[in-house]
Design a protein around this ligand. Structure first.
Ligand code: ARG
Length: 801
């Protein structure tokens, strides 16, 4: 038995193949009034208006939120349907379901070209609860519950004048409603729609808080797949799209993924549509959120069996409110769930007020990526950020904007029911002209930093004034003061490495270097040399001369002289740089030459995805002596790969041991443009003052394209303990961080596997790191993370000899 909630909130969507409607007047039975119908395809009508027929009301037999817009089935079955005909039926105070049906009938009865009608929507049944069985359309419970709701619909339709067009209603899914069971249905006058639904392959998934559920699709054979994602009431769905291989980025004609804020593919409920990104892109690619506790993900392709593959996962995130009154000296504010895409149907209002009179607010909008207005860029009528009455919706590409307001500022953020983006992020601070850094540390140069960064062992003021006049944590024999964060961080700050002695070195350099102390170099014959970086410094320190053997490396024949924030490299400046390419996919990773037969690269470059076998050595070609991508020259040498040796401990989840060796099919001859780089001994010290460069053809910005000219960027080594603070302890001692805390310069997608080299004695370049990972690229406080090569010198030597 079905009883409907008193607050029966129901949403109806429809699709029709009818054509050639003109503006009409239609009489609704509810009020004997005339209501205009408008054609949504008319440019002048904002699409949003054709969504809402009436607002939900608690009176009447069934209060309806009615939409008359197409249901989307992107597989070919409906692909041929007319361009969307959408109808607005005026704003009715109350539309009983029967009235809504009659309205629909009128549309089509008066239309010269009626064919079929479809309605789809959801309704909530208050005295029933959702169970796991109802999430499985094959279960007995589902079938009988669906039958009961379907019978209810037939009873409603059949006696109505829509009866003769009415074929049936189908319940496609249930979910946990706000106060009962929510049923999703479509109602149709045709079998054709049913065919499309039947040809779809559906997966029903439920995630409890704390559980990730994955969505995968390998070698799709059908043209249409759908995943109905559900989480408990009071939560929202957070979907993380990891990959969509085999799709053509930017071209949605062949493959597309769509995510809907509803359990049926209704056009107006699209959160986003996506057609893949370049192969070298690092996951996750997109993080979406729903407004309620369901989401539908569909994959459609016009060319079945192309070998595309899709991978994503979702989780339940507690639904958060937004807005409020903030009284603070400084802080930040962002769209809900930032940096995930914000959900549809958001409406937040914040007021920020400074804690004391006499202080005003300076506000900088740093990120703004939201749905722009429908007509011109100046009318922000879809989603918008409003600050003191001024609406913003155009994407900020560089730097953001800052403005000064009064003692308090009112901020609103609103999203409509479809299409969302990453959102906004802004920072604010209170100040007065007399006291420019309230509650903060004022650097000598006048800039402000947080009080907690004062004397934390790290320069936050550009002039370093936050670290002068601090108590010394450690004093080097030379009298130099070493701050807290720089002691025992694996980096020689004193010069004689005394800041790195008496540390529990075992943690950083486990038993690998038995025999000699941490700071001493171990010669071939096992003798220890107490000198920092004695390798290839032109002086024979080991009796057996092993510190000066194998030094034909690391020289950059170029006389003097993306990477994000880098510049074009001079010809021949980085002769160990290799481009690893894979047939039609082109450049994928970088690598470095370490001998005439071996390259070193990152382990993660050779992990198979479901559609591409990156671990197959024969699929790769190494380009040596290359500087300009896509341009062949006499000095460029290509080599096939004989064997790929990925470190046996490589861990794809933590990126630990991210190193691989590639054996060339045939050796190469070194030349001015092809040279090996020097491998550092395990004790080789790279310090914050080392002169280091990262090079590669990776993308020039997070959303950018691969570089055509080899890029180089100077980066600084960042102490491990600082990096671990920034990355929540995910940086292991097999990793090394480099970049700048202020961001702006970094390696990025496509640079992976490539070299981070630092200049040693006698102008020899040593391979300090291999481009491995980072959060985004060149972001503030998110430096690049590299594989610490010195940690692997023994392993490398062992493998290549
Ligand atoms: N994993 C990336 C690649 O495959 C390189 C990431 C480096 N990121 C960074 N922010 N440094 O190319």
């Amino acid at each position: 038995m079905l009883t409907f909630s008193k607050q029966r909130i129901s949403e109806v969507f429809s699709v029709s193949e009818a054509v050639a409607h003109q503006q009409k007047q239609v009489t609704s039975t509810s009020g004997q009034q005339k209501y205009p119908i408008a054609d949504c395809n008319k440019e002048s009508l904002p699409t949003d208006q054709c969504l809402n027929l009436s607002s939900a009301h608690s009176v009447g037999p069934l209060a309806l939120k009615t939409y008359l817009c197409p249901l989307e089935f992107s597989s070919y079955n409906l692909a041929r349907s007319e361009p969307c005909r959408r109808w607005i039926l005026g704003s009715l105070p109350i539309i009983p379901l029967t009235a809504a049906i009659i309205v629909v009938v009128f549309c089509y009865c008066f239309s010269p070209a009626i064919s079929i009608f479809y309605l789809s929507g959801s309704l909530e049944i208050s005295n029933l609860t959702y169970t796991n069985e109802l999430g499985d359309p094959r279960s007995q419970q589902f079938i009988s519950q669906a039958q009961a709701v379907q019978n209810y619909f037939s009873e409603l339709y059949e006696p109505s004048i829509l009866g003769k067009y009415y074929l049936k209603s189908v319940i496609t899914a249930f979910s946990e409603g706000e106060e009962g069971l929510r049923a999703y249905y479509w109602t149709s006058g045709s079998e054709e729609y049913d065919l499309t639904v039947k040809s779809a392959i559906s997966f029903d998934l439920y995630a409890k808080p704390g559980n990730n559920r994955t969505l995968t699709l390998t070698l799709p054979k059908r043209s249409y797949y759908q995943w109905r994602l559900r989480v408990p009431a009071g939560h929202i769905v957070h979907l993380v799209i990891l990959t969509l291989h085999g799709a053509i980025p930017g071209n949605c004609a062949i493959h597309k993924l769509s995510a809907y804020d509803f359990l049926l593919p209704v056009q107006n409920k699209i959160i986003t549509r996506w057609c893949g990104s370049p192969v070298t892109w690092n996951p996750p690619v997109i993080r979406l959120t729903s407004s309620g506790n369901v989401m539908l993900v569909t994959f459609s392709s016009n060319v079945p069996r192309v070998g595309s593959v899709f991978k994503a996962y979702f989780e339940a995130v507690r639904k958060r409110g937004c807005g409020g009154n903030l009284i603070s000296w400084n802080g930040s504010l962002s769209s809900p769930y930032y940096p995930r895409y914000y959900p549809p149907k958001i409406d937040c209002t914040w007021t920020i007020t400074t804690p004391a009179v006499g202080y005003i607010i300076a506000l900088s909008v740093i990120v703004l990526e939201i749905q722009a207005g429908s007509q011109s860029s100046s009318n922000c009528d879809k989603d918008w950020l409003e600050i003191e009455g001024i609406r913003y919706c155009n994407r900020i590409t560089e730097g953001g904007f800052s403005k000064i307001y009064g003692r308090s500022v009112k901020i609103k953020f609103k999203s409509d029911q479809s299409i969302t983006y990453k959102g906004f992020y802004l920072e604010y601070k209170a100040f007065s002209y007399e006291d420019p850094c309230p509650n903060q540390f004022k650097c000598k140069d006048g800039s402000c930093i947080s009080l907690k960064n004062h004397c934390d062992g790290w320069r936050d003021c550009l002039d370093g004034s936050d670290e002068t006049k601090c108590n010394c944590y450690f004093t080097c024999p030379s009298g130099n003061c070493i701050l807290h964060g720089s002691v025992c961080d694996g980096i020689n700050d004193c010069g004689d490495a005394s800041d790195e002695l008496n540390c529990t070195r075992a943690m950083i350099f486990p038993s690998l270097h038995k025999g000699c102390s941490f700071t001493s170099y171990k010669c071939h014959n096992g003798k220890c040399v107490n000198k920092i970086n004695p390798e290839c410094d032109g002086k024979r320190d080991c009796m057996d001369g092993s510190d000066e053997s194998g030094c034909g490396c690391g020289t950059s024949p170029a006389k003097k002289t993306k990477i994000v924030g880098g510049e074009n490299a001079k010809k021949g400046k980085w002769p160990w740089q290799v481009s690893l390419q894979m047939g039609m996919y082109g450049h994928i990773c970088g690598a470095s030459i370490v001998s005439n037969r071996w390259l070193v690269s990152a382990g993660h470059c050779f992990q198979d995805s479901d559609s591409i076998r990156y671990s197959t050595s024969s699929a790769w070609t190494a380009y040596l002596g290359l500087r300009l991508m896509n341009r062949m020259n006499s000095w460029i040498v290509t080599r096939s790969i004989n064997r790929i040796v990925t470190h046996p401990k490589y861990d794809e989840y933590t990126s630990d041991y991210d190193i691989a060796l590639l054996e060339l099919k045939t050796p190469v001859f070194f030349s001015d443009s092809i040279q090996p780089v020097c491998l550092p001994a395990i004790t080789h010290v790279f310090s914050t003052t080392s002169n280091c460069y990262v090079t590669g053809w990776g993308v020039l910005g997070e959303d950018g394209e691969l570089a055509t000219v080899l890029q180089e960027a100077s980066v600084k080594i960042i102490p491990l303990n600082i990096c671990n603070k920034l990355y929540k302890n995910s940086v292991t001692t097999r990793m090394l961080c480099a970049g700048y805390l202020h961001g702006g310069v970094d390696a990025c997608q496509g640079d992976s596997g490539g070299p981070l080299v630092c200049l040693g004695k006698r102008r020899k370049w040593f391979l300090a790191g291999i481009v491995s990972w980072g959060e985004g690229c060149a972001r503030r406080n998110r430096p690049g993370v590299y594989t610490r090569v010195s940690r692997f010198s023994d392993w490398i030597k062992q493998q290549i000899n």
